[in-house]
Design a protein around this ligand. Structure first.
Ligand code: AMP
Ligand code: MG
Length: 408
């Protein structure tokens, strides 16, 4: 394109610069386990129990002592052990105990022989194979030792953690309160859905994207709607957001031409930096703080707003919320068609990743203009093209990032 890209800020520097300034701002509270779904653990969880809590059988079969099997004669069944109903009788020499999966193994058991490896003739049980010591016994603490750390602070609770915590008897957990995030869109041209458009108007789409992503992150959202390009109204909205929320996220009004307008206001209210990021889409971006709240100003172009939220704001919000954050995996794929690219910015092109005959392959969703929202809705991954890379030819290897939690 020929414009000077040397003064642009790399994404990783921008991210690091923000994260260095941010710390968790959410207090913790104790919640009953079912209500804690989606919340972030405020402290490590050490197991109050061993799991399993006692030696138990992994199979339906017979508990045996190896010394009784040495002679090769059948054993007499002394009784039965069920899950929840341990065998409590005597266990004389030459006997075995019928045992079901999950039942505690009787004292002295060397192994459990699965039913399929035995023949029963009334109470006389013949063992067809010699068991190994410890066979089919799940030892106490073999899954989780008592006192072991099972989950660390910063883990966001998903359906996967619920049964784990329940298995430990954890009834309540210390979790962070949700981060409170105020949002508004700026622009005289924006109208809310459900109202007619005059010539020159467009529907405000960014707020719906940002709200949806905040919901996915478990944040509480204070939606301040659309604020026209009017200093007095903008000022009032900034002040309200600062008073009521931990974070303010706006879209629009940070690009050249408009930046001065917002900048003046924000310089007066707080400390804000306007950045030109070396990424595409999403060049203009603002970050800083109001008297109380942190501020993120996303570009107005819809795709840029989504991508900068995903790549930059998401990790920042996670840190404020006390949540450990990991980016989705990046994979290598073959470009199934040429991809347009000029050196100078890290590109997050929108792609469709599929399984081809020779492994993963990826195609572009078409126009990569940051105003073309359909390019994002048809995509299932980013094609991440390095800053200095130029045009990609068919067959070249590229990095792809399948859409993760926020965009799926
Ligand atoms: P701006 O960053 O305010 O200069 O806006 C850049 C482009 O994005 C313009 O075409 C705007 O009309 C458009 N835009 C800004 N905000 C929104 C929004 N909330 N929804 C849809 N388009 C927007
Ligand atoms: Mg605008």
């Amino acid at each position: 394109m020929g414009f000077d890209t040397s003064g642009l800020l790399p994404l990783s520097d921008a991210l690091q610069g923000m994260l260095e300034q941010l710390a968790c701002c959410c207090d913790s509270e104790q919640l009953p386990l079912p209500e804690a779904l989606g919340r972030v653990l405020a402290s490590d969880i050490a197991s109050p129990l061993a799991v399993p809590p006692f030696d138990n059988s992994a199979m339906d079969g017979y508990a045996v002592r190896l010394s009784d099997l040495a002679s090769g004669t059948p054993l007499i069944m002394a009784g039965k052990a069920f899950a929840g109903q341990p065998y409590q009788g005597e266990w004389p020499a030459g006997h075995c105990v019928r045992i079901m999966t999950g039942a505690p193994v009787p004292e002295g058991t060397d192994a459990v022989v699965m039913q399929e490896e035995t023949q029963a003739d009334g109470d006389r049980i013949t063992f067809l194979a010699q068991p190994e010591p410890g066979q089919n016994i799940r030892r106490a603490g073999s899954d989780i030792g008592k006192g072991a750390c099972v989950l660390t602070a910063g883990t966001r609770l998903t359906p996967r953690e619920m049964p784990l915590l329940a298995s430990l008897g954890v009834a309540t957990v210390a979790v962070r309160r949700p981060l409170k995030v105020a949002i508004f869109s700026t622009g005289d041209e924006l109208k809310p859905v459900g109202t007619p458009l005059a010539h020159g108007d467009i529907y405000d789409s960014n707020r719906y994207g940002v709200r949806a992503m905040l919901a996915r992150m478990g944040c509480n959202c204070l939606d301040l709607g659309i604020i026209p390009d009017d200093p007095a109204q903008l000022r009032a909205a900034f002040i309200r957001a600062d008073e009521e929320a931990d974070v303010l996220i706006t879209t629009g009004g940070v690009s050249v031409g408009e930046a001065d307008f917002t900048k003046q206001l924000l310089d007066e209210l707080g400390e804000i930096g306007f950045w030109k990021l070396a990424i595409k889409p999403g060049k203009p971006f603002a970050f800083g703080r109001l008297p109380r709240a942190w501020f993120f100003g996303l570009p107005g172009n819809p795709v840029s707003a989504m991508v900068t939220f995903d790549q930059l704001v998401q990790p920042a919000l996670a840190k404020l919320a006390g949540q450990r954050f990991e980016r989705p995996l990046q994979l290598q794929a073959i470009a199934a068609e040429p991809l347009k690219k000029s050196p100078g910015r890290l590109d997050f092109q929108r792609g469709i990743l599929s399984q081809g005959p020779n492994g993963l392959e990826v195609r572009s969703t078409g126009s990569q203009d940051s105003a073309v929202f359909s390019s994002l809705s048809r995509a299932n991954c980013y094609i991440v093209l390095e800053r200095e890379r130029g045009r990609v030819a068919t067959g070249e290897t590229v990095t792809v990032e399948p859409f993760g939690g926020l965009l799926l």
